[in-house]
Structures are given as structure tokens and as C-alpha cells.
Design a protein around this ligand. Structure first.
Ligand SMILES: Nc1ncnc2c1ncn2[C@@H]1O[C@H](COP(=O)(O)OP(=O)(O)OP(=O)(O)O)[C@@H](O)[C@H]1O
Length: 255
């Protein structure tokens, strides 16, 4: 028997300002089946509807039509907070995923608590500090000895690496990566992308990653989706992706 889908979207539409002269039909009958362990890159032109797609999945926006199930649960009309037991998100702006005035330790403890796995007895125990330090060491971003540093003093790359760690601390069913390397310099962006790949592979996470970096979309993940004018126009498997050159992928943008 096939394992159940992580996410099943069926015939989803999103229309902004419906019934007005400003009406914009952004998602047009989008159906998407995400399987356990899928690491999907999502590419597409500016304004194609990629972020709207992520927002509808996360619950920031309500779909105007269609249905969505996650791990077999109907979430079509569920709030962001009730979806958060399954879904985590890393944003382009690391400030959205972390609290600047709290320390690295406090941010991690809050992330665990939000995800419902904290034992308050251990909230500031040596054991917990050790466990967090261990997790930070694996990031190789110079954070292991910064447990007591307020997050606002970290570099952009360190802060984004911490966001990633926090978003994955309780192994979400679905990880949404929303251009999460776009605001970083090229070297740091490459480091955070490698780190993402490491975390996703080690924890066997199911992930959906929006990126404008065509090289990253080709290099990472087992599936590649192209969104055009509110529709999924291309959905490539790992094998199809492997056989596609950057030039051929770029040409698909023009079709
Ligand atoms: N809350 C909103 N209200 C009205 N229009 C919106 C809203 N969010 C997005 N849009 C519009 O929907 C269209 C698609 O936007 P979206 O952000 O999903 O595109 P995108 O593919 O993520 O683009 P980019 O690559 O530039 O981030 C755009 O024209 C945008 O202006």
C-alpha cells in the first residue's frame, strides 16, 4: 500500500478582491500531491503566485475554492495555529522566524514549546543547554557558544540558520522554505542552502522551497515545480530534473 500524502491540494483557487474591479485570480485550479520525503523546489516569475501558494498552505490566506488535507486531516478551513502542529516555515527575513531580544537559548526553548515538546522542568537546565549546544554545533555557523547572546546581535546567516533549526526542532510534517536564502550574501546563501539540505536529509523532512536560484532548484531536492500565471505548469521528478540543463529549464520560463 502507498503511504498517504503529506499534503493533498485539490482544485485550489485564490482570488484577491473578488467581485470588484480590482479582482485578481491568482491561484487557478491548483492541485498538488506532496509525498513523504519530497523536497520540492518551486520556481517561477515574479508575481506567478508562489508565495500565495505557500500562504494558502500555511493558512495565512484562505483558499476561495478547493480542499486541502495534511497527513489525512482536512485543513481547508483551519487557522494558521491549528496547522502549525504539522507545518513550519522559514521566511526570507530571518527576523520573522526569531525574536531579536531573546537569547539563542530562549528562542530555541520557545520553538520547542510552541511545538509542544517541552518539559518545563528542563526549561533552563544544564541538560537542555547541552542538548541545544549540540544542535548548534551541527550547524557549523559559530553558534555553539552563543547560547546566551540576544539573537539581534547575530549575523544574518547565523540568524537564518537558527530560524531553520527552530523550524525543524520538532520534525514538522511539512517544512515551507520561502526564499529563505534570498536576503543573504552569495557565500552565506550557499552555506545556509547546504545546511538546509543536510537538515532535510538527516531528518527526512518533507519540504517545499521557493527559490529564484535556478541552480539551487536543479541541485537540491527530488522534485521541481514551475508556477506560471497561478498554475503548476511543470512538475519534474528527480530523474527528469537530472536530465535537464539550466538552459533547458530557463527556456521553460519563456513558454
Ligand atoms: N494579500 C494580497 N492582496 C492582493 N494581492 C496580492 C496579495 N498577495 C499577493 N498578491 C498579488 O498576487 C500576485 C502573486 O503574488 P505572489 O507573491 O504570490 O507571487 P510570487 O510568485 O511569490 O512573486 P515573487 O517571486 O515576486 O515573490 C501578485 O500580483 C501580487 O501582487
Amino acid at each position: 500500500m502507498n503511504s498517504p500524502s503529506v499534503l493533498e491540494m485539490q482544485h485550489v483557487h485564490k482570488i484577491f478582491f473578488p467581485g470588484t474591479e480590482n479582482q485578481r485570480h491568482i491561484l487557478k485550479d491548483v492541485s498538488l500531491d506532496i509525498h513523504p520525503g519530497d523536497f520540492i523546489s518551486v520556481i517561477g516569475n515574479n508575481g506567478a503566485g508562489k508565495s500565495t501558494l505557500l500562504n494558502v498552505i500555511a493558512g495565512n490566506l484562505k483558499a476561495d475554492a478547493g480542499t486541502m488535507q495534511i497527513m489525512g486531516n482536512d485543513i481547508t478551513n483551519k487557522s494558521i495555529s491549528s496547522r502549525s502542529k504539522w507545518i513550519s516555515r522559514v521566511f526570507q527575513d530571518a527576523k520573522l522566524g526569531t525574536a531579536g531580544d531573546l537569547t539563542v537559548y530562549e528562542n530555541m526553548a520557545v520553538a520547542e514549546k510552541v511545538n509542544g515538546h517541552v518539559n518545563l522542568r528542563f526549561f533552563n537546565s544544564q541538560k537542555k543547554r547541552q542538548a541545544f549546544k549540540q544542535k548548534l554545533t551541527t550547524l557549523k555557523m559559530g553558534l555553539a557558544n552563543r547560547l546566551d547572546t540576544p539573537v539581534k546581535y547575530l549575523s544574518g546567516g547565523q540568524r537564518q540558520a537558527l530560524s531553520l533549526l527552530m523550524a525543524t526542532i520538532s520534525s514538522p510534517s511539512l517544512l515551507l522554505l520561502d526564499e529563505h536564502t534570498a536576503a543573504l550574501d552569495p557565500k552565506t546563501s550557499a552555506e545556509v542552502m547546504e545546511l538546509t539540505n543536510q537538515v532535510v536529509n538527516e531528518q527526512q523532512l518533507t519540504s517545499l522551497m521557493i527559490t529564484h536560484k535556478v541552480d539551487d532548484a536543479l541541485t537540491y531536492g527530488n522534485r521541481l515545480i514551475m508556477v506560471q500565471d497561478g498554475q503548476i505548469k511543470v512538475d519534474l521528478s528527480s530523474e527528469e530534473k537530472k536530465n535537464l540543463s539550466k538552459g533547458e529549464l530557463m527556456a521553460l520560463f519563456e513558454n
